[in-house]
Design a protein around this ligand. Structure first.
Ligand code: B4P
Length: 195
């Protein structure tokens, strides 16, 4: 456990690719002032640096697979320790598998709550294809999107059950998670207002 982070609020943001994680995190930061760490953004920054490790990561991301657990955990831990004055942390896109959650909790700190956005597969595909027209992201093409969804079903869906059993899950149900970003945020606020 990292003593510097004791007592800090830590919220994991979980959902399939294109479920609205990054979109909601922007709104949460603007209203509640948490420190936002997106595992995808941290990995893309490593790719953009042109390092050898970045090239390896990009190949994995293009296949829609998960990068090694130790890589992403070390990146998140470093960023958290560089921001110990934050009132709390939004860990966006993490954990992607149950082991990531367990390793985080044993080496960094316990999660306070887990926000889950439940969005139908076809809705996520359509959103990401649309984003792909302008994002320039190597993983926003239909083939990679389908592979990412497959990874989500296999590796990440169990994360939802894991935290539900611990009583830490705050679920945005499909009827809300598929509505407008503002409507989704109105429900997200119900969680953050009581934290
Ligand atoms: P991420 O960067 O996390 O990509 P993402 O799942 O697409 O989420 P993002 O936050 O970008 O999109 P959002 O849903 O907000 O991961 C990329 C890759 O990195 C992974 O495939 C994996 O290879 C690797 N990776 C990341 N984390 C990892 C980890 N922990 N371990 C191992 N590997 C990891 O938004 C998508 C689109 O939907 C946007 O265009 C947005 O405008 C739109 N949208 C959002 N909400 C909407 C709404 N309510 N209505 C209409 N459109 C909406």
């Amino acid at each position: 456990m990292a003593a510097e982070l004791a007592g800090k609020k830590i919220i994991f943001i979980v959902g399939g690719p294109g479920s609205g994680k990054g979109t909601q995190c922007e709104r949460i930061v603007a209203k509640y002032g948490y420190c936002h760490l997106s595992s995808g953004d941290l990995l893309r920054a490593e790719v953009a640096s042109g390092s050898e490790r970045g090239q390896e990561l990009q190949e994995i991301m293009k296949r829609g697979e998960l990068v090694p657990l130790e890589t992403v955990l070390a990146m998140i831990r470093d960023k958290m320790l560089a921001n110990t004055d934050a009132k709390g942390f939004l860990i966006d896109g993490y954990p992607r598998e149950v082991d990531q959650g367990k390793q985080f909790e044993s080496s960094i700190a316990s999660a306070t709550s887990v926000l889950y956005l439940d969005v139908a597969t076809e809705t996520m595909v359509q959103r990401l294809i649309k984003r792909g027209q302008t994002s320039g992201r190597a993983d926003d093409n239909e083939e990679t999107i389908r592979a990412r969804l497959n990874t989500f079903e296999k590796a990440t869906a169990p994360v939802v059950d894991f935290y539900k059993q611990q009583g830490k899950l705050f679920e945005i149900e499909r009827s809300v998670a598929e509505s407008s970003p503002d409507d989704v945020f109105a429900k997200v606020c119900l969680l953050f207002d009581k934290l």
